[in-house]
Design a protein around this ligand. Structure first.
Ligand SMILES: Cc1ncc(COP(=O)(O)O)c(C=O)c1O
Length: 453
C-alpha cells in the first residue's frame, strides 16, 4: 500500500516548476519551489514540526505543553498541525495586519489566537513578540519556540529545502531567491547550497520599507516604513538571519509583489501569496540579465487562498490604490459609477412615461439625456433641451408620452470593449449604453469617462 501514517509525512519534497509565460523575453530558466503544496499550505510547515521535535529532543517540552508563538500566521499553521498530532496546545500572538483567513484557519486547527495592534513599537510591551514572550513566562507549562532565533528553523532548511533544490536541479542551480521573515528559509537553504557550490548567488527579496537592505549595505538599522506584503521584512535583524550567505538584497514594492502574484495565477496557474509574488518579481529582474545556461530558483512561500480578501481581491487593491489593469473596459467605468454611488449606473424611462416625469427625473439626477427602455429593449433617447423647447411652445406637452419626442436610440456597446472604443464613439454621440451578457447595464457619457480616467 502507498499510504502515509499522518499528514506530517507530507511536509517537504515540494516540486520545482518551470515558469513559462511570465518569463517572456528572459533566456535563463526560472523555476519556483512550491512550498504552497505543503499540507498547511506554506514553507512554515517544515519548521513547525522541526522546532517541536528539537524541543522534544532537548527535553524542553513536556506532554500537554502550551506552545506560544508570535506569528504572522503560516508558522502558526505549521506548528498547530504538528502540535495537535503530538498532543500539545497552541496560543498564537498575531497583529491586526494578518488576514482573517489565517486567523480562522488557526482556530480551525484548534489553536487559540490573541490579536495585538500592529502599531505597537518594538520596545513597547504590546509589541506582538514581547506579548508572546511575557505570556510564555507567565503561563504554566508554556514554551515559546521562537522561530526568529531557534536554530532548528534554519537547520531544517539546511537539511531538507537545500538538498531538495540541489537534487531536483541536478546541481545546476546558479541563483537562489527567497524572502526574509525569520531568515530561516534563506539562511538554511543558502548554507547548504553554498557548501555544495560557493558560486551560487543567493538573493533576498525584501519589501520596500523593510530595514534589512540598508542594514546589510551600511550596518545601520533604520526604522522600517509601513508596507502591505505579509510575513516578510523586518525592522530588527532576526537571530536566524545569516547575512553572510546572502549576496544581494532586492527591494520590491507592494504593487510589484501583488501584481506579480496575480500574474502568477493568471499566466502560470500558480496561486500564491504576496511574499511569493515579491520573490518571483526579484527572480525575474535577476533572470532578465542572465544567459540561458542560468538556473534561477525562487521560493513560492504560501498559497494565494490565504489572501482572497487581500491582493487577490480587486476591491481591496482598489481601496489601497494598487490596482493596475492590463486593459480598461467599459464595464470598469460602469462599475466605478455604481461604486461612487452619485448616480445609478442606468437611469431610464419607459416610452409611455410622460414628459413631466422625464423632466423631473432629469432634474433630480442633473442629467440631460436619458435612454428610453421598454422591457429590455432600448427604443430611443430623450434630450432635455428638446423636451424643454416643446414644453415652452405648449404646456400640454408635459402630459404626453416621451415616445412622441424621442430620438433614435444611443449606440449599444458590449461592456468588455475597451474604454478607448467608448471614447471614440462619444465623439459623435453624447452617450452610449453598455450591455453586459445581453443585459443593458449602464449609461456612459463623456463626463463619466473623464471622471473615471
Ligand atoms: C508569507 C511568508 N512568506 C515568507 C516568509 C519568510 O520565511 P522565513 O521566516 O523562513 O524567512 C514568511 C515568514 O514568516 C511568511 O509568513
Amino acid at each position: 500500500m502507498k499510504t502515509y501514517d499522518n499528514v506530517l509525512q507530507l511536509i517537504g519534497h515540494t516540486p520545482l516548476v518551470r515558469l513559462n509565460h511570465i518569463t517572456e523575453g528572459i533566456q535563463a530558466q526560472v523555476f519556483v519551489k512550491l512550498e504552497s503544496l505543503n499540507p498547511g499550505g506554506s514553507v512554515k510547515d517544515r519548521i513547525g514540526v522541526a522546532m517541536l521535535e528539537a524541543a522534544e529532543r532537548d527535553g524542553l517540552i513536556t506532554p500537554g505543553a502550551l506552545i506560544i508563538e508570535p506569528t504572522s500566521g503560516n508558522t502558526g499553521i505549521g506548528l498547530a498541525l504538528a502540535a495537535r498530532l503530538k498532543g500539545y496546545n497552541c496560543l498564537f500572538i498575531m497583529t491586526d495586519k494578518a488576514s482573517q483567513e489565517r486567523v480562522r484557519y488557526l482556530k480551525a486547527l484548534g489553536a487559540d489566537v490573541l490579536i495585538v495592534s500592529s502599531a505597537a513599537k518594538m520596545n513597547s510591551p504590546e509589541y506582538y513578540w514581547n506579548t508572546a514572550k511575557r505570556l510564555s513566562e507567565e503561563l504554566p507549562n508554556a514554551i515559546m519556540l521562537n522561530q526568529y532565533d531557534n536554530p532548528a528553523n534554519p537547520a531544517t532548511h539546511e537539511l531538507t529545502t537545500g538538498p531538495e533544490i540541489w537534487s531536483d536541479t541536478d546541481g545546476t542551480i546558479t541563483h537562489f531567491i527567497a524572502s526574509i521573515g525569520t531568515g530561516g528559509t534563506i539562511s538554511g537553504t543558502a548554507r547548504f547550497l553554498k557548501n555544495k557550490n560557493p558560486s551560487i548567488t543567493v538573493i533576498a527579496a525584501d519589501p520596500v520599507g523593510s530595514s534589512i537592505k540598508t542594514f546589510k549595505e551600511t550596518g545601520r538599522l533604520v526604522e522600517a516604513l509601513p508596507y502591505l506584503i505579509e510575513g516578510v521584512g523586518q525592522e530588527r535583524i532576526p537571530g536566524n538571519l545569516d547575512l553572510n550567505v546572502i549576496d544581494e538584497i532586492i527591494n520590491i514594492t507592494d504593487k510589484e509583489a501583488f501584481m506579480t502574484a496575480r500574474a502568477m495565477a493568471r499566466q502560470e496557474g500558480i496561486f500564491c501569496g504576496g511574499s511569493s509574488g515579491m520573490n518571483v518579481a526579484a527572480a525575474l529582474r535577476v533572470a532578465r540579465l542572465l544567459p540561458k545556461e542560468a538556473v534561477v530558483v525562487a521560493i513560492v512561500c504560501d498559497t494565494g487562498e490565504r489572501y482572497l480578501s487581500k491582493h487577490h481581491s480587486d476591491e481591496w487593491l482598489t481601496e489601497k490604490d494598487l490596482l493596475e489593469k492590463d486593459r480598461l473596459m467599459l464595464r470598469d467605468v460602469v462599475s466605478a459609477k455604481r461604486t461612487r454611488g452619485v448616480l445609478p449606473a442606468l437611469i431610464s424611462l419607459p416610452s409611455d412615461a410622460t414628459v413631466q416625469e422625464a423632466l423631473s427625473l432629469m432634474s433630480s439626477y442633473e442629467v440631460s439625456d436619458l435612454p428610453v427602455i421598454d422591457g429590455d429593449q432600448l427604443v430611443g433617447t430623450i434630450r432635455e433641451n428638446k423636451l424643454m423647447s416643446a414644453v415652452i411652445e405648449d404646456r400640454l406637452v408635459l402630459e404626453r408620452p416621451v415616445s412622441r419626442y424621442m430620438e433614435s436610440p444611443a449606440p449599444v456597446v458590449d461592456a468588455h470593449q475597451d474604454v478607448q472604443t467608448g471614447i471614440n464613439m462619444l465623439r459623435n454621440t453624447p452617450m452610449i449604453v453598455v450591455s453586459e451578457f445581453g443585459r443593458l447595464s449602464g449609461v456612459v457619457t463623456r463626463h463619466d469617462v473623464l471622471e473615471y480616467l
